[in-house]
Design a protein. Structure first.
Length: 649
């Protein structure tokens, strides 16, 4: 034992003397492992905090809440924007939004139209009187001789200086000059009609381009009679489905809903679920027929008193004494409307042409929606087989599997259970039931986080539940449903994340010490010093131990500096420095052992140093591949690579 200590002391003295004579390499061995972490600490001095304000969200109306609330959610709240204050209001005039700052024009139009129709239904006598008065006014204007009508001179007396009047009005409103010019001179209607006029040539060009691509690019031949068991694969002539966005929604728009088992109770339920779809089909058919009826309706308008009344009003507007400039811009849009609205069908701006073109655009999208989508299959196995087949054509939307194990199937019981088997791409996966701890922000992305509402799963569930309630109780539910996302508090997240590259940094930092250790040992082997020491009675074990001890002491100095930088450099401020010291010390043991192993394969110092760097770096990749691919093969192989296993885990 005394001889062993004496031999180790002499070898340590030799190695320390070598390090003292190589001061540059000694500094490199001590400072290079710390360099990357020092740069990391300097970068960390910047603020990488991401702040997210507290969020309130619009409640999402289900179809049972009514057409108008559902349209509002579909058109206005689909983006699920974040608001700083609650937006859910109880006022009937402002659906789901107490401030009503961002209401859709379409929703506003539907709302006020509903109010008007409601008033007409409650007051038919008053509405009849009002309609008769309007008709009398139109007939009066149509029969007037406007050529002998005097100019409104008395009205002009009120505005002897129209420019001064407009300036006075603008000054009283305290408006900027640019906004004043737009208010008193802008005529957006003509520009709007010009934009509509330019749509048709673009559609023709787009259609020709699509036809050319279909001829040049070979495609798969479609079988018009293709079936998936007892369900026919439909081939709807829908040009709008060529867009990328609608192709992603194809299962939702054109997919079948398979229902099982096939019994009287299920057939009654499906018939109840089909009622809204039948109403939608009726409205769609009326819209399909409207473009053909538009010319006849326009001809009736042209021959009516409305056309004559419009011509008489235009004679006044185009007279020798027009309205003052301060008033005329407000009436100019009506002038353009009266010039074209009631003319013949050959006028592109007539009501018949404009409404017909608009309905045709809507028809292109409505034609993409499958109405007759419920299909009853015999059992769950047939449903699964049919669903797999339909998914190849993008025509499977969902499946309903009812459990009749406790009943005969003639009627639903109060404890009826069922499963909804939605298309997998339109619901959340079951890989994780909760968000990871790293995701501290709210789930507000409609197409990623709110799939159950965005893609119709919840709507289908609500429709089935309401139908079951009606069938089991005989009472139709009157209460509508809203889905309200909970408010989310303000959070702060530090986006500075070293998790993905810290292991690589550690590996790169200790390449140089490992390379120098291998080079020093192989150099002594190359110079035959190891053989001389063996002749003197020094074995291989004590030779490796002496170099490993010196390398360990130098590496521990680097480990202490790295741990201090990680903790006090605000990279890992909440980590115990003792834990880091133990972690990196274990890695140093692994690195030194790996380097000692490599020395046995080389006899040339320079070659061994180069190959050590390459091998040292390549041994990191098995873990990297196992982490990316989640493959057990790479993970098992990584366990044998102690040098990388110690740092990466």
């Amino acid at each position: 034992m005394t001889t062993f200590r004496r031999q180790l002391r002499y070898l340590l003295w030799k190695n320390i003397l070598i390090k003292k004579r190589q001061k540059v390499w000694l500094a490199i061995e001590l400072l290079v492992p710390v360099l990357l972490f020092a740069i990391l600490a300097l970068v960390r001095t910047r603020d990488f905090t991401i702040a997210s304000t507290h969020c309130h969200y619009d409640s999402k109306a289900f179809p049972s809440a009514g057409l108008l609330p559902f349209a509002h959610s579909l058109l206005c709240s689909i983006s699920n924007e974040c608001y700083l204050s609650p937006t859910t209001g109880d006022e009937a005039a402002q659906i789901n939004n107490a401030t009503a700052q961002n209401e859709s024009i379409v929703v506003d139009f539907l709302y006020y139209s509903t109010m008007q129709l409601n008033w007409i239904g409650k007051n038919p006598v008053e509405f009849q009187k009002f309609a008769e008065e309007v008709t009398s006014l139109i007939n009066l204007i149509a029969d007037m001789n406007m050529t002998s009508f005097q100019a409104p001179t008395q009205f002009n007396h009120l505005f002897r200086d129209p420019t001064a009047a407009s300036n006075s009005t603008a000054a009283s409103l305290n408006l900027p000059s640019e906004l004043t010019a737009k208010l008193f001179t802008a005529t957006p209607q003509q520009e709007f009609f010009r934009q509509i006029e330019n749509v048709t040539p673009f559609d023709k060009m787009q259609k020709k381009l699509v036809e050319y691509i279909e001829k040049v690019v070979p495609g798969e031949e479609s079988d018009q009679n293709k079936t998936c068991l007892n369900v026919t694969v439909h081939h709807q002539n829908c040009s709008s489905m060529n867009s990328f966005f609608l192709r992603q929604l194809k299962p939702m728009l054109q997919g079948y809903i398979l229902v099982t088992p096939d019994n009287s109770a299920v057939r009654e339920l499906v018939n109840l679920l089909n009622e809204p779809l039948r109403l939608f089909a009726y409205v769609r058919d009326q819209l399909f027929d409207y473009p053909e009826m538009a010319p006849d309706l326009q001809l009736a308008l042209q021959n009516s008193q409305l056309n004559k009344a419009a011509e008489n009003i235009l004679l006044y507007l185009n007279g020798s004494h027009p309205l003052p400039p301060i008033i005329f811009p407000f009436l100019k849009p009506f002038k353009f409307f009266l010039e074209h609205a009631f003319k013949g069908i050959d006028d592109p701006y007539s009501l018949g042409n404009l409404t017909g073109s608009a309905v045709r655009q809507v028809d292109q999208f409505l034609d993409c929606v499958l109405v007759d989508r419920f299909r009853i299959v015999s059992n769950a196995s047939e449903l699964e087989e049919t669903a797999v087949c339909l998914q190849q054509y993008g025509q499977y939307f969902s499946g309903l599997v009812f459990d009749f194990s406790n009943s005969t199937g003639e009627y639903f019981t109060e404890d009826t259970t069922y499963q909804i088997r939605h298309v997998s791409s339109m619901v959340d996966t079951t890989n994780d039931v909760t968000d990871g701890s790293r995701n501290i922000f709210d789930r507000n992305m409609p197409f990623r986080d709110l799939k159950y509402i965005t893609y119709g799963f919840s709507f289908l569930q609500e429709a089935v539940d309401r139908a079951l309630i009606e069938l089991t109780t005989g009472i139709k539910p009157e209460m509508g449903i809203y889905a309200q996302q909970e408010p989310y508090p303000c959070v702060f997240k530090d986006s500075f994340n070293v998790e993905n590259f810290l292991g690589l940094f550690v590996l790169l930092s200790f390449i140089v010490p490992a390379m120098l250790l291998v080079k020093n040992i192989v150099y002594e082997k190359e110079q035959k010093l190891k053989e001389h020491m063996r002749i003197m009675g020094l074995g291989d074990a004590i030779h490796f131990l002496s170099w490993a001890s010196v390398s360990f002491v130098l590496n521990v100095v680097s480990v202490i500096l790295i741990s201090v930088l990680l903790v006090y450099g605000n990279i890992y401020p909440n980590t115990d420095i003792t834990l880091l010291l133990v972690f990196f010390t274990l890695f140093v043991f692994s690195s030194i052992s790996f380097s000692a192993l490599l020395t046995t394969f080389f006899t040339n110092a320079n070659i061994s140093a180069a190959i050590t760097c390459v091998v040292y770096f390549l041994f990191f990749y098995p873990f990297y591949l196992s982490k990316k691919n989640k493959d057990s093969t790479f993970t098992k192989f990584t366990v044998f690579l102690k040098e990388t296993f110690c740092v990466t885990y």
